[in-house]
Design a protein around this ligand. Sequence first.
Ligand SMILES: [Zn+2]
Length: 271
Amino acid sequence: MRVYISVDLEGIACVATTKDAWSDGNNYELARRLMTGEANAAIQGAFDGGATEVVVADSHGPMDNLIPEDLHEDAWIIRGQNRAACMMEGVESGDFGAVMLVGYHAMAGTWGGGLAHSFSGDVAQMRLNGIAVGEMGFNTAYAGHFGAPLALVAGDDRLAAEVEALAPWAERVIVKHGINRIASRNLAPKKARALIQARAKVAVERAARGEMKPLRLESPVRLEVAFQTPQHADRAAVVPGAERLDGTTLVYTGADMVEINRAWMAMMRLS
Ligand SMILES: [Zn+2]
């Protein structure tokens, strides 16, 4: 089975502040090492569970965070920017039996969600067919379109609650508990990695037994995005087909998640 792993940074154990997570912050080098450690744990767990190939997408900010020479030598690494499918680049091949989202965080506006946001700081709320989603939800629906099921998510307790609501079959690894936006109670990195590796093995084994299902949204798919300010919406509103609902909200209706993803990438990059 091929396994796809998308790795973000804000949901990694012991990444708590913007100083940790932003690439110009003084703790960024530490955060990169922690991120690489959790990515390696997920990769090893996937192979332990029977994966034949593992593809990892570096999916935070500059998309070049993972430290190449420290990475598990048996995985492929997708690195670099301007990707059409952003955090899920490559999942379109349609032959991934399990998707893992590691280091992920809760959606924008989540109370107590560590460094919570949705794709950019410009978004207040996103909905797909009326369901509030953040990066986890959007990416799960995108992968689901190609038949790839969400099998594991690692991040904080607020993110785990999102997963419970949207994809209750998926393994959830809670590596920290939110205290506020820039404070959390964390597992030590070694403990977090051990848990991720163990649950990743179980996730792949369960996926092989058919216990994980692709999240497929009903067509047409309606994306609603409330931006933080009218100025963000002004910039994104030029996307062909985007409708303005009010000062800050745009709506786009597409046949499927492929169309929605394109529209959203255009809105996000313009906003
Ligand atoms: Zn993110």
